[in-house]
Design a protein around this ligand. Structure first.
Ligand SMILES: [Zn+2]
Ligand SMILES: [Zn+2]
Length: 245
């Protein structure tokens, strides 16, 4: 990997079998190493950092860096916490969830903001304007690679284009191996700390790798398994864990 490059690539929204993903942490780590050019990944399971801590413990065996993350089910919708050291509980308000992430020095990102499981929902344009002023989250996920979120992505990108002093990020929201790296965040530098600095400096952008029809097909094929895992993980979700995202 070329560490001298000026822009790095991070997939900061990945699920493992510690929540409702189908892949194990070692499988994800091997896949990222062998099949992607990602510099940084964040494991962001629903309402647990177990898998992310496991991935972090394996980091030195690989050429990329791992960020400990969690996709927290707040009462209003999903919020990604990155650079966490402790688990953030589900079921709090979005505002308190963002505050809990920041209290441990983390980065708070509103995931797929305008999807059904998103904090603002498909019609939440007004709430968005209030939230930008009141909650002080760091970034908005303007690209999420789940195919049914195309419309929600475009609203997020449009809201973002207004310039609100928040960073734009992208992630795959991968629930199975081959989806890892399909969506990503471009940042200045190549390390996890560079990623953090880039988000704080608003020097990130969202991007994607072409998906094609096979991608949609794989999601369909994995859907039943993912739903089963969601049912098994239901105990951890004080608020709805969401379907697939
Ligand atoms: Zn989600
Ligand atoms: Zn997710």
């Amino acid at each position: 990997m070329n560490r001298a490059q000026s822009w790095g690539k991070a997939d900061i929204h990945i699920h493992s079998n510690h929540s409702d993903g189908t892949a194990s942490i070692p499988q994800i780590m091997d896949y990222v190493q062998d099949r992607t050019d990602l510099d940084v990944i964040a494991i962001t399971d629903h309402n647990t950092i177990e898998g992310a801590l496991f991935a972090k413990s394996l980091e030195e065996l690989y050429d990329f860096e791992v960020v400990v993350g969690e996709e927290v089910s707040s009462r209003e919708g999903h919020i990604l916490g990155l650079f966490l050291t402790e688990h953030v509980p589900a079921g709090m308000s979005a505002r308190d969830t963002v505050a809990a992430i920041e209290a441990q020095g983390g980065i708070a990102i509103v995931a797929h903001p305008f999807s059904n499981q998103g904090v603002f929902g498909p019609f939440g344009r007004n709430l968005f304007a209030d939230a930008v002023n009141d909650w002080a989250f760091h970034a908005l996920e303007i690209y999420n690679s789940l195919p049914f979120l195309v419309w929600a992505n475009s609203i997020a990108a449009k809201m973002f284009a207004g310039g609100h002093g928040i960073a734009a990020t992208g992630g795959s929201d991968a629930h199975y191996l081959e989806a890892v790296g399909k969506g990503f965040t471009i940042f200045r530098g190549s390390t996890a700390e560079d990623l953090r600095r880039s988000i704080l400096n608003l020097e990130t952008r969202a991007d994607s790798r072409p998906q094609g029809l096979s991608f949609v097909w794989r999601i369909a094929r994995n859907y039943r398994r993912i739903r089963q895992l969601q049912a098994l993980n239901h105990e951890r979700c004080k608020a709805p864990c969401g379907v697939q995202d």
